[in-house]
Design a protein around this ligand. Sequence first.
Ligand code: AMP
Length: 428
Amino acid sequence: MTQKFSLPRGTADILPHEVALWQDLETKSRNILSRFGYREIRTPLFEETELFARSMGQTSDIVQKQMLALKSQNDEADASNFALRPEGTAAIVRSYIQNDLDKKEAISKLFYVGPMFRGERPQKGRLRQFHQVGAEAIGPNTASPYLDAELIAMAVNLLKEAGLSAGQFHLKLNTLGSSEDKENFSKYLRERLKPHLSQLCPDCQNRFERNVFRILDCKNRECRAVVAGLKLDHSYLSEDSRKYFGDVCSALESLNIKYEVSFALVRGLDYYTHTVFEISCPALGSQDALGAGGRYSGLVSQLGGPQVDAIGFALGMERVLLALGKTEAEGQALDLWLVSMDEKALKQNFLVAKQVRDAGFSADMSYKLSSMKSQMRLAGKMKSRYVIILGEEELGKGVVTIKNMQNGEQEQVPLKDVAKIISSLRGD
Ligand code: AMP
């Protein structure tokens, strides 16, 4: 038997009836992001593995467990140094540095829409190829509570524009403070966690020394209970960081954006400092994060670029579509379906279809003859706005019957007068 192939686990085909939903989300995203002054950037789908390791941190789950490395069939040594991108920020920062954008513009407001890849154990809402829409604002001396609040508001606006109501999602906000504050935060966390070390899962016992923040994200029930009992606060913050965070909160309030301060929100990647946020949709169950982001002012210099400030976010598009609960887009209607009753009619319709398409309308037909009923059924399936019927009688009279499928009205139009057909399609 011939072998049948299936798509790789953790990936999905986006079939034509779903594509319209995707296009709608992409268009709305592009509209919102451009309204805030962000411009689209497209970077390769793979980069040097080291770029991801250096930016996200060797101890991050993504780098340790989820990188999809490329392997070349031939002996090109190079290929083994590449990995599919697990997220967007690292590549954008690489491109920002490589293209000297800091010298070309005061602030680079960039966005991207596209697939990301992580070698995860697939489950509902957790794929190995998924899609993100994300944005980054990078530039020298651009750290401002207004920019942070505006970027968060942009993510919220995008979700609303996509069709979610404010009650369907939840914005959590926190600050990690400056890199010094972050050091203090990790000491403070270790002090508080130490008495509970034996209650933590083996992974978290490991994380205690290597990356204590990760413990706050652990999904294990006992670890979560320990974290919930810690009664965290912002005592590790410097005065400046405290003020900065207060200003972000006030700016969000002035925009009427509802949020909750969550002291345990730290985000999975090393590069964040100051503002961090996460947007979740409780109705999605265990994989409820719609998106997240934060400030990462140290990353550009850490990757060999200039000392500039930066903030960004990414939303998971599959999750947004899941939260919207739509699986099928409103049908995209065809303008005209052509029904041919015999070979001569088919030959004629073939030419009418060309003229209609040349005029900018969509037209389609069957290329094999079948009963009127089955051709009309196809017209219905295609949700065609109009149908042309051409048979022996019409050909004899040199006309076509054009039927408006919405109101059932039909008229006969001279076959030579395709312009008349087109004006019907226009609704003149
Ligand atoms: P992260 O960079 O992990 O915070 O990802 C940002 C957003 O992308 C998440 O909030 C999810 O909505 C989405 N996302 C991340 N990983 C996956 C995945 N494996 N499958 C589907 N969506 C994902």
